[in-house]
Write a protein that binds this ligand. Structure first.
Ligand SMILES: [Ca+2]
Ligand SMILES: [Ca+2]
Length: 368
């Protein structure tokens, strides 16, 4: 754990209620798939990576297959796992931007992308959602197996900090905290009991994949995520338009003040916010930017063809996975990544106190 890393408007779709309980059955039947510096500088320290490549993805897939084969089904109680997804209509949009704000992230070039319709969760996966998964399956996250996870220094107590003697050189505000996990986001002594409706944190890409497979869902591709983020608007910076704070209102949970020393929490939240906080975008999706970073299924690459694409899945291989949307830690001066075109990456086994996910499905209409 030493490597620093970079760290028109469509109508609101009617929320479709979906029973997650039934989905493992469907999964088995259908074989559902897998689912700081200044702006423009490399290594801004948005996030921290574990060293890559120790075969944990394979382990997660084995677990997921086992979960899909039955262990999740026995605890199915209709309504217990009711979740809300919205239908994102098929269409074509401009992915990326011709005016990249962070050049080395591969935000450009702008390219036309066609997508079929799909369903997306309105919210980031919450602690409550993840607890349901863990209670049903006994799943142990990678942070729990490793025994530590990265936590933003500003969220830690002095007692926890006193025990830590290493940090990420390029991003000293990221500290590897023993015992930090989704249940204990700021390490031993911290709890999620008052944050069950906040996004789950400290989940690796492999953990997210295991959850999605248990739920009969998958992670969105980067293209699907970005299309959802744009909410039916064309080539805007944010899910709601180009102005960060229309009429002085906050539309996302990011950082106000001076990073990393002073978070004024003018938007109401110093850390995460409930997954239903702030207004939804044109598709009815909440917190697409800000709050928690969200994993996507794509491998990371920074060079993209300008050619028109249909349902792109990203590069065929890689070492890192793409995450989108920025987090409560993002400030324009250091990590201007709370934009739909912005992107960053981590190794699939990395976890941190600002990284979560939401899920996607092509099959929600099956349950109406
Ligand atoms: Ca905030
Ligand atoms: Ca988010």
């Amino acid at each position: 754990v030493t490597d620093a890393a970079r760290g028109p408007a469509a109508k609101m779709a009617a929320p479709a209620r979906l029973c997650r309980c039934l989905l493992p059955l469907l999964l088995a039947a259908m074989g559902a798939g897998a689912a700081a510096g200044t702006p423009g500088t490399a290594g801004c320290g948005c996030s921290a990576n574990r060293a890559a490549g120790d075969g944990r993805e394979e382990a997660a897939q084995r677990f997921s297959a086992a979960a899909a084969a039955g262990s999740g089904v026995s605890l199915c109680l209709p309504g217990l796992f009711a979740v809300q997804m919205v239908l994102i209509p098929a269409g074509v949009f401009t992915m990326g931007t011709q005016e990249p704000q962070i050049q080395q992230d591969g935000e450009g070039p702008a390219r036309r992308v066609h997508l079929g319709s799909f369903y997306m969760d309105q919210y980031e996966v919450s602690n409550r959602d993840f607890e349901s998964f863990v209670n049903a399956t006994g799943y142990v996250t990678e942070a729990e197996k490793f025994g530590d996870s990265f936590v933003f220094e500003g969220m830690l107590s002095e007692a926890v900090k006193a025990d830590i003697h290493q940090a990420v050189a390029a991003a000293p505000w990221w500290l590897p905290v023993k015992g930090a996990s989704w249940r204990h986001p700021e390490g031993p002594g911290s709890s999620i009991s008052s944050r069950m409706d906040h996004p789950v944190l400290h989940v690796s890409w492999n953990d997210a994949l295991a959850f999605c497979r248990w739920a009969g869902k998958r992670l969105p591709t980067e293209a699907e995520w970005e299309y959802g983020c744009r909410g039916g608007l064309e080539s805007r910076l944010f899910p709601w338009g180009n102005k960060l704070q229309p009429k002085g209102q906050h539309y996302a949970n990011i950082w106000q003040g001076e990073f990393p020393t002073n978070n004024t929490a003018e938007d109401g939240y110093r850390g995460t916010a409930p997954v239903s906080a702030f207004p939804p975008n044109g598709y009815g999706l909440y917190n697409m930017v800000g709050n928690a970073w969200e994993w996507t299924s794509d491998w990371w690459a920074v060079h993209h063809s300008p050619q028109e694409l249909h349902n792109p899945q990203g590069p065929p291989s890689g070492t890192d996975r793409v995450k989108k949307g920025g987090s409560y830690m993002c400030h324009k001066s250091y990590c201007y990544r709370y934009r739909c075109a912005a992107r960053s990456q981590n190794t699939p086994d990395s976890s941190a106190s600002n990284l979560g996910f939401r899920y996607h499905s092509a099959f929600a209409n099956f349950f109406f």
